[in-house]
Design a binder for this molecule. Structure first.
Ligand code: ADE
Length: 327
């Protein structure tokens, strides 16, 4: 089938079967940008309620640019990868002055890489550009038996229809999220199956080629639970660093497990009880084990009722607090 016919087939399928997602068909670059930032490393299902909450609260880029960063971080809590929220705010201020309308200029903005810039340009500004994330790499890699994101991108570019590049990109994203799943794809139902080279040669499992995964470094730390009349001390983390600006319980420095030293981690704390549990959380570049320590020393600060509060914690600290309320 010609490249043109492949695109036409995909667009016809998109018109009939596209997923109904709240950021589709909106014709609003702000909404496309916001959804694409949220969808980085995060699934459609997780993103949807956050996207709707943000749009209800900040209807356009000016509203978001004028919002206090703390409000944005609070609404972002639970979505993960918090540097995205800080970049979102910085970016909103720049976009509210000038919204670049092509991928090359969008890619110069904070938090917008090759994938996100091409997605925004194709969807919001109809730039005929290939949009390749891990899912599209798998779909197209199988269809054409090509390995490697850059090789896939180059090949896919020759198929992008100039009239509907955004719909074409979103159709491939949908296939990656539905029929063309990493394991057990439902090829019999896929609109591309007649011409999918991997499917027709029994090579689905070879695309994408398996990458050898290095194990993540393990970090360890203590987290300190100060209790006062049933309430727990929480603090705002420093703006710099992981979970910067978010609420949490105080922690010792997160260090590589091999460098962990109990006395150093406890520091000035004298009167304490170490809990017989660990909280494990996996970040992009390392895994963290936090051991909760109940501190009996007194300390001033912001104390909250952990069963009744309106703080927004990142998932790591929700896990810590959940482990306490299970007792
Ligand atoms: N993942 C990233 N961007 C997406 C979009 N626009 N639609 C569906 N899934 C996506």
């Amino acid at each position: 089938m010609s490249n043109h016919n492949t695109a036409a087939l995909l667009l016809e399928y998109f018109d009939k079967h596209k997923r109904a997602l709240p950021w589709r068909g909106v014709n609003d670059a702000y909404k496309t940008w916001l959804s694409e930032i949220m969808l980085q490393q995060t699934t459609v299902k997780t993103v949807t309620p956050y996207y709707e909450k943000f749009i209800a609260k900040w209807a356009d880029v000016h509203a978001l640019a004028n919002a206090p960063l703390d409000d944005i971080l609070r609404e972002w809590a639970g979505l993960g990868y918090y540097s995205r929220a800080r970049n979102l705010h910085a970016c909103a201020q720049s976009l509210s002055v000038h919204f670049p309308q092509n991928a090359a200029d969008l890619a110069k903005l904070k938090g917008i890489g090759a994938y996100t810039s091409s997605a925004i340009a194709a969807i919001a500004f109809h730039e005929p550009i290939a949009v390749v994330d891990g899912n599209v790499e798998r779909v197209w890699g199988r269809f054409r038996t090509i390995n490697g994101l850059e090789n896939v991108r180059r090949d896919l570019q020759t198929y992008v229809p100039h009239d509907r590049p955004g719909d074409f990109a979103e159709m491939l994203m949908d296939l990656g999220a539905t029929h063309c799943s990493p394991r057990n794809p439902t090829c019999a139902l896929c609109p591309l199956n007649a011409d999918c080279v991997a499917y027709n040669t029994g090579k689905i499992a070879e695309y994408p080629a398996k990458k050898l995964k290095k194990p993540l470094p393990e970090k360890r730390a203590l987290c300190f639970i100060y209790v006062n009349e049933g309430r727990v001390l929480v603090e705002t983390r420093p703006n710099k660093g992981l979970l910067g600006g978010m609420s949490g319980v105080p922690c010792s420095e997160w260090v590589l497990a091999a460098d962990f030293n109990m006395a150093e981690a406890l520091g000035e704390i004298k009167d304490y009880t170490i809990k017989n549990t660990v909280i494990r959380h996996v970040f992009t570049h390392f895994a963290l084990e936090l051991t909760p320590v109940i501190v009996h020393d007194k300390r001033a600060g912001r104390y909250i009722d952990i069963s009744d509060h309106n703080e927004a914690f990142p998932t790591l600290f929700n896990k810590v607090l959940a482990s306490l309320s299970l007792e």
